[in-house]
Design a protein around this ligand. Structure first.
Ligand SMILES: Nc1ncnc2c1ncn2[C@@H]1O[C@H](COP(=O)(O)OP(=O)(O)OP(=O)(O)O)[C@@H](O)[C@H]1O
Ligand SMILES: [Mg+2]
Length: 268
């Protein structure tokens, strides 16, 4: 049994799907990432992936995040959850094909939220999986909510909670841009990359960060940063890298320097 503190890796839905085309998975990218994860061979790894064009459009269409207002939304809740299991299956196929002992943990079966925030989380199975050197894989999901009926739990909120719960050593966020910029790099060509930010610097720049230019019910880059604050406040450093570029995830997992943004690691 490894005693290393876990690493939490988020693989953005923006990486493994084409967010501009509903239900378009990037299977070549999924396979490349599985290769990089296999090669890096990090002990005590937890993976969380986002929804991309599988999760977000249907959730938006049925207003799932805002909760149950009308029974006609129920099929939307079921579809959103189901589509996430389909995307999860594609990643699981690739990881297992690469001989990685990855085990999918369904967030909506172990988590209930209250007004969108995680209220209860049955983490025993994930702890046991880690103890046994399995690689737990979770994802942003449509979950039940004690006040709203149901809602959307972002992969980003899940990342921070898992990192805090399991005393993670670090968080690596793979997304489709080179890191955190002073404006959205997809719409502002002169946007400048932050290579390193302390937690205080991050809090100061928060209001200037943008949302997502494509369909994203969980708030794009701004939502991501807000969600990561609890883990950052617990001293878990976050590295944001562009996971659409080959080798970045491998290098980040190996602790090598990659173009990107490091938040909160005072050693940098
Ligand atoms: N200040 C900023 N710095 C970097 N990216 C930004 C900024 N403001 C907005 N963005 C946008 O945020 C997007 C990343 O967030 P998004 O939620 O779309 O991806 P993701 O979290 O990887 O995907 P998913 O939510 O499906 O997991 C980038 O593609 C970028 O266009
Ligand atoms: Mg997102």
């Amino acid at each position: 049994m490894s005693k290393a503190r876990p690493t939490v890796l988020k693989i953005g839905g923006s990486v493994i799907t084409d967010k501009s085309v509903e239900l378009k998975a990037r299977t070549d990218t999924i396979d490349r990432l599985a290769t990089e994860i296999e090669k890096a061979n990090v002990h005590n790894l937890i993976i969380v992936h986002g929804g991309g064009s599988f999760g977000h459009p249907r959730a938006q269409q049925y207003g799932i995040k805002g909760g149950l207002k009308d029974d006609s939304q129920k099929i939307g809740f079921a579809e959103t959850h189901h589509l996430m299991t389909v995307l999860n299956g594609l990643l699981m196929d690739a990881l297992i094909w690469h001989a990685i002992p990855a085990v999918s943990v369904t967030p909506s079966s172990v988590i209930v939220t209250k007004n969108g925030r995680i209220q209860s989380f049955d983490h025993a199975s994930i702890g046991k999986l880690l103890d046994m050197s399995f690689l737990p894989v979770l994802y942003g999901d449509a979950v039940l909510d004690s006040e709203l009926g149901f809602t959307i739990l972002s992969g980003d909120q899940l990342v921070a909670m898992l990192a805090t719960q399991f005393g993670a050593e670090r968080i690596i966020m793979g997304t489709d841009v080179d890191g955190l910029h002073d404006a959205d790099p997809k719409t502002e060509k002169t946007a400048k990359l932050f290579e390193h930010l302390t937690l205080n610097e991050l809090k100061g720049s928060q209001s200037r960060l943008g949302k997502s230019t494509v369909c994203d019910v969980t708030g794009g880059m701004f939502g991501k940063i807000v969600e990561l604050l609890p883990a950052l406040e617990k001293g878990v450093p976050v590295t944001i890298v562009n996971a659409t570029k080959p080798n970045n995830v491998y290098m980040a997992l190996k602790g090598e320097r990659v173009k990107g943004t490091v938040v909160g690691d005072e050693r940098c």
